[in-house]
Design a protein around this ligand. Structure first.
Ligand code: ATP
Ligand code: MG
Length: 232
């Protein structure tokens, strides 16, 4: 059996649609005949369930849209912190340090039952996970290519160009970017996207409308599945 292909979903910021795009990609990949599973290795912001276990919303959504049988929560989200603050700070408050080894082990376990593992990052690209670990180190350790979600709103042109430069400078393969029309108050979204089409070096893979459901996002992302998942 071929090893599962992997993909890391990053974004221009927190709250710009990484989870919507990730869930849409999981559904689109399933519709294309793959068995994808989602992963949110590091998550801050969680609630306790009836059993007293901490559960993060993104990880739950990724689990819900993964191929069945859905993996154990602990594999999808090995590092979960209650406080909705930067993960390095949330870990420090509990006297903990985020480390690569348990994340890599969970990723490898997910690969067993899946044909693709989609990993949603935390926040934007340049996120420290500990004093000695940047998010880019995690992506490098998992050896997965990257896709950048750009939340289309005022300020996103700079964020998108900076993110692309940083990903390339970190030596990681950037497969493309996805426009996500997250902001109904953006006055000229078409012109922002056209400007980014000019400025970005990597290709735009999709354009997700404002108000898209996971099913609508999957429709917009259908054509990008063969470009993003090596086994498609
Ligand atoms: N295309 C869209 N149209 C309308 N609302 C959207 C769109 N994409 C995302 N949203 C909304 O924006 C909010 C943030 O989206 P999402 O949770 O996917 O962002 P994120 O980048 O994953 O955030 P985080 O950094 O917390 O993981 C959510 O309320 C989501 O429903
Ligand atoms: Mg998210």
């Amino acid at each position: 059996m071929n090893p599962a292909s992997g993909l890391f979903v990053t974004g221009t910021d927190t709250g710009i649609g990484k989870t919507l795009v990730s869930c849409g990609l999981l559904l689109a990949a399933r519709q294309a005949g793959l068995r994808p599973v989602g992963m949110k290795p590091v998550a801050s912001g969680a609630e306790q369930n009836a059993e007293g276990e901490w559960r993060n919303e993104d990880a739950e959504a990724l689990r819900q849209w993964s191929a069945t049988p859905q993996p154990d929560y602990a594999l999808i989200n090995p590092c979960v912190f209650p406080a909705p603050i930067a993960p390095q700070l949330a870990a420090a408050d509990l006297g903990r340090t985020i480390e690569l080894a348990p994340i890599r082990a969970a990723y490898e376990a997910l690969q067993f039952g899946a044909s693709a593992v989609l990993v949603e990052g935390v926040g934007g690209w340049c996120v420290p996970l500990s004093d000695h670990l940047m998010q880019a180190d995690l992506v490098r350790a998992l050896r997965v290519p990257v896709v950048l979600v750009v939340g289309i709103r005022l300020g996103c042109i700079s964020h998108a160009i900076l993110s692309e430069r940083a990903i390339v400078a970190d030596g990681l393969p950037l497969l493309g970017w996805i426009a996500n029309r997250v902001d109904p108050h953006c006055l000229v979204p078409d012109r922002v996207i056209a400007s980014l089409d000019e400025e970005m070096d990597c290709p735009r893979l999709a354009d997700i409308p404002f108000g898209a459901s996971v099913h609508a996002a999957a429709r917009a992302l259908q054509g990008s599945v063969p470009k993003l998942f090596a086994n498609a």
